[in-house]
Design a protein around this ligand. Structure first.
Ligand code: ADP
Ligand code: ASP
Ligand code: MG
Length: 403
């Protein structure tokens, strides 16, 4: 649709009445000249609170019921925002994910969007209404709510922008854009004017929660220009877009960290074909995402396999591994929750050698021990002890000249 903008507001932007009214003001300002689809998250920490609530009732809540519960957070936001917009004399309508035509697969709490049928959204836009869609939720093939994974409202916004051919997707949040590192941790962090999809994808993938990584995959695929900016100021934020050549001049664009990782090892595994497929097949069968993997060199036909999973998946991963270990007659399963992943990202790494060596030297000078390493063309990640995280991020940010 012509002249359409998708505006997404995160939880901190709609945390209370005053903030909802602020969002209503920002939306109606734009609505004078554009068609607007708004995507909102649950207010404040509501999603965390609902998860805690469910866990206070049972340690492993039923996934379908969990999604039913979590979906209520975003539904409160759409209804309240619609009331606020209407009371300013504009016409608006709130839609749940299912009403908005967002179809998801059947993996509760981590569902993927299968397709979008925006019929109702388009009908309402044609009536000149501001359409307010609940983020983070869709309808699965059993006609149940399915949520899209933490941070999933970003995905809703970008996917809607693609499906509706919006001219821009604006992500309004509590910081002024994408920074060289988390501005809440490092006060010297600098706002970036522009960042490529690939860099943002890597940064998001290694823990910069400002954008959900799956939303960037969709943006790249469908060429959606994203503008990350502050809900509380009119300043220009950061444009996430296609790579342009001068972006390569900067070796490292950002430093990220993820304190939500844990390390698991299965020891003394027989060294023969099919073992890794067996282990990682079992984990993926339970929808557990594995991140870094290290297999030690075989000694006497046995080796150790270590990998990282998110802390939420640790318990399940350990129980799956213990089973496999019993079946294979392997050694003990050990794990460590006190680890963090620290990463540097930049498309300039492709053309500048020695970046990894420099990172390792910085850690060595700081007496920070590296437990695991993984790299991609434009990223280097290290697993270190969680107590060293803040120090590691600060020193990398400084030594790579980002401050
Ligand atoms: P929202 O509720 O709007 O979705 P999030 O909490 O998901 O907001 O994301 C915004 C937060 O991301 C910021 O408050 C900031 O602390 C964090 N963050 C982490 N890394 C970065 C980064 N490189 N640039 C900007 N923000 C970052
Ligand atoms: N409310 C959901 C969450 O906290 C989705 C989102 O905020 O994007 O993860
Ligand atoms: Mg978010």
């Amino acid at each position: 649709m012509n002249n359409l903008i998708v505006m997404k507001f995160g939880g901190s932007s709609v945390a209370n009445t005053e903030k909802i009214i602020n969002v209503a003001n920002r939306v109606t300002e734009k609505a004078r000249k554009n068609h607007i689809v708004v995507v909102v998250s649950a207010p404040g920490d509501m999603t965390d609170d609902l998860i805690d609530r469910a866990k206070s009732i049972t340690e492993s809540p039923d996934p379908r019921e969990m999604d039913m519960l979590l979906a209520t957070g975003e539904i409160q936001s759409i209804a309240l925002l619609s009331m606020a917009i209407k009371s300013k004399g504009f016409d608006a309508i709130s839609l749940t994910g299912p009403q908005a035509g967002i179809h998801a697969n059947n993996v509760h709490t981590k569902a993927k969007i299968r397709k979008i049928r925006p019929k109702k959204i388009l009908e309402e836009l044609k009536k000149n209404k501001i359409v307010i869609v609940a983020g983070f939720q869709g309808l699965n093939s059993n006609d149940d709510f399915a949520t899209l994974g933490r941070g999933g409202s970003d995905l809703t916004a970008v996917a809607l922008a693609a499906a509706l051919k919006a001219k821009e997707c604006e992500i309004y949040t509590d910081v002024k854009g994408v920074y060289t590192t988390d501005p809440r941790l490092i006060s010297e962090a600098k706002k970036l004017d522009k960042i490529s999809y690939d860099e943002m994808l890597e940064l998001a993938g290694v823990g910069s929660q400002v954008m959900m990584s799956r939303s960037i995959e969709v943006a790249k695929k469908y060429n959606v220009n994203i503008h990350v900016r502050s809900t509380f100021s009119n300043e220009k934020g950061t444009i996430i877009t296609k790579e342009v050549s001068q972006m390569e001049d900067v070796v490292v664009s950002g430093v990220a960290f993820d304190k939500n990782e844990s390390k698991v090892s299965i020891t003394d595994v027989p060294d023969r074909p099919g073992i890794a497929a067996n282990i990682f097949g079992a984990l993926s069968g339970k929808n557990i995402n594995v991140d870094m993997i290290i297999q030690s060199a075989a000694r006497e036909k046995y080796n150790d396999i270590s990998f990282t999973v998110s802390k939420n998946d640790l318990k399940n991963a350990v129980s799956i591994l213990k089973n496999i270990s019993n079946k294979l007659n392997a050694g003990p399963v050990i794990y460590d929750e006190n680890v963090a992943k620290v990463s540097i990202v930049g498309i300039g790494m492709r053309s500048h050698p020695g970046v990894a060596a420099k990172m390792f030297k910085i850690f060595s000078d700081e007496d920070i021990n590296i437990q695991m390493i993984s790299t991609s063309e434009i990223k280097i990640s290290c697993i270190i002890s969680s107590k060293d995280t803040d120090r590691a991020v600060k020193i990398l940010h400084k030594k790579f000249g980002l401050g």
